[in-house]
Design a protein around this ligand. Structure first.
Ligand code: NAD
Length: 501
């Protein structure tokens, strides 16, 4: 369904007063509180003069229940392909097997590699234990443990593959620095766990450091993620932009959102080569009755969407009216506290924002309003990223880790069987169990499962030699369940050494 939204907040024909051309966007009303907060946000955007040509699509629970396991019908994909921009209310994922995460499907299909979540507090009008927080979390959205590559390999052991790429790391690091530059932010902090995951998180960290060199005016810092998150909760004012791989980013962005005072205050954007999806950070809140939800998260997502579309003046007008509403103490239930003057439902809060369009806040910092012009196109906040590095290092096969499913007595016995089967092509160097070296010189106390990594090494071998080794193992009744080849890159090992070495 396509319709133009005009000044009374209802679908209709654009009025003569409209100066700017209507911009096509895709709108998904969502589930639970979704339709209610979407109606609120659209009426505010329209009253502010954002001329949007909205294509309404249905995604989410009803689509799932009709048998579409992704929750996204073809019409929705077609609409996003046309508009490149979606304003999306939260959806409900039905419980039980078979349903895919709509958000993950959209991110991956559209290549939305960055999740950007500004999290700030509104001192003194919204109560929070962290009054001085103004951060932006930039989360890598496609890689890491979210590649969805998982296997159960033995009776005892399941694994999930963590994939970090140089290109993906460069793109997100560059996005974080470009964002900081464009928004006048001064510092970018990277959080990783490369004291443990030296190869994967080590790559993310190395690329971050390389990219940081190109932005000398911005302070670049890296922290081990466990300390980093603990410190973030303690001293959020030390952070400005934080960039993280997918899983850590998922966790920190929820922590940061909660710290602002309410999940109802957070908006975010998933952005990438195939478009941008603007949404609140919270879910469909099925526990809430009608006319209670805070529409602010979706409204702030809408403000970011306007900036992305080059409508910075309207975005600033909406933002200032919203800040005035908070400042005047008109609060929804989730943010009510000692500064609340009026407890507002969703509808009253929406009216209050509309009434304040054109006003500027006094206690909270106002957003500068660029002059609106029908003639001059405003600059979009969108950031185009070009991946520059293309590393080619000499790659040499140095051996193979053969993973074996075996529930025999102990590693010494396994080593004897492996050595007898392997012959002279490769030398058995070590056996680990859950990453701990158990042969040679293992310790009795180490808990061993039925999943053994058996490292064979030899210089100057080819891939055919690995195949021959595997055939020999198979012929000796050794059940290998997977292999990982050991490569050296420009002479440096591209693999971990195993704990206990
Ligand atoms: P939720 O975010 O919906 O709710 C968590 C808590 O926050 C609840 O107490 C809720 O009442 C409150 N809350 C959320 N939004 C609020 C608002 N705008 N104003 C006031 N209070 C608000 O998380 P949940 O309960 O874990 O998930 C409910 C459903 O939402 C699930 O089906 C989940 O899969 C889905 N979900 C969707 C998205 C999305 O579409 N982006 C994100 C998260 C969860």
């Amino acid at each position: 369904m396509r319709m133009q939204v005009v000044e009374d907040g209802k679908p209709g024909q654009a009025s003569d007063k409209d100066k700017l051309p209507a911009i096509p966007i895709t709108v998904a009303g969502g589930d639970g509180i979704g339709p209610e907060i979407m109606a609120s946000v659209l009426s505010i955007l329209v009253a502010a003069g954002a001329h949007l040509d909205a294509e309404f699509v249905e995604v989410g629970e009803q689509v799932y229940l009709r048998g579409n396991t992704s929750g996204i019908p073809q019409e929705a994909w077609d609409s996003i392909a046309r508009t490149g921009v979606m304003l999306k209310a939260p959806i409900t994922t039905p419980q039980g097997g078979g349903y895919k995460s709509l958000n993950v499907t959209m991110r991956k299909t559209l290549g939305l590699y960055a999740n950007v979540r500004p999290c700030r507090t509104y001192k003194p009008v919204v109560e929070t234990r962290h009054p001085d927080m103004d951060v932006v979390i930039v989360r890598e959205n496609e890689e890491d443990l979210y590649a969805g590559i998982e296997h159960r390999q033995t009776q005892d052991v399941a694994q999930c593959l963590k994939l970090i790429t140089r290109r993906g790391s460069e793109r997100i690091a560059r996005y974080a620095f470009e964002y900081a530059r464009k928004q006048g932010r001064r510092k970018v902090t990277c959080m990783v766990k490369d004291n443990i995951m030296k190869v994967t998180d080590g790559l993310f960290h190395r690329v971050f450091d390389e990219v940081a060199q190109e932005y000398p005016e911005i302070e670049a810092k890296s922290q081990i993620v466990d300390f980093g998150m603990a410190n973030f909760v303690h001293r959020p004012e030390e952070y400005d932009v934080v960039v993280l791989p997918n899983l850590y980013g998922d966790i920190l962005s929820d922590i940061a959102a909660q710290m602002t005072g309410s999940v109802g205050l957070g908006g975010s954007v998933n952005i990438g080569s195939g478009g941008a999806i603007f949404e609140a950070i919270h879910g469909s809140a099925p526990d809430l009755p009608g006319d209670v939800a805070n529409p602010s998260g979706l409204l702030l997502a809408g403000v970011e969407m306007l900036r992305h579309l080059g409508r910075g003046a309207v975005a600033a007008k909406v933002m200032n009216a919203w800040l005035c509403t908070l400042e005047d103490g008109i609060h929804t239930r989730d943010i009510a506290g000692q500064h609340t003057a009026e407890h507002a439902g969703t509808r009253r809060f929406t009216e209050a924002v509309i009434e304040r369009l054109g006003s500027r806040p006094e206690k909270l910092p106002a957003v500068a309003e660029p002059a609106e012009s029908a003639e001059v196109e405003e600059e979009s906040s969108a950031i185009a990223i070009e991946i520059r590095s293309r590393v080619r290092e000499e790659k040499v096969l140095a051996g193979v880790d053969v993973f074996v499913d075996w529930d025999g007595i102990g590693p010494d016995e396994l080593a004897i069987r492996l050595q007898a089967a392997a012959g002279v092509l490769f030398e058995l160097k070590m056996i680990t169990n859950r990453g701990v070296k158990v042969w040679p010189n293992g310790r009795e106390e180490t808990l061993c499962t039925d999943h053994w990594r058996c490292r064979f090494e030899a210089g100057g071998r080819k891939i055919e030699d690995v195949a021959e080794l595997l055939l020999k193992l198979a012929n000796s009744g050794i059940e290998f369940i997977k292999t990982e080849h050991l490569y050296r890159f420009d002479g440096k090992p591209g693999y971990s050494m195993g704990q206990g070495q």
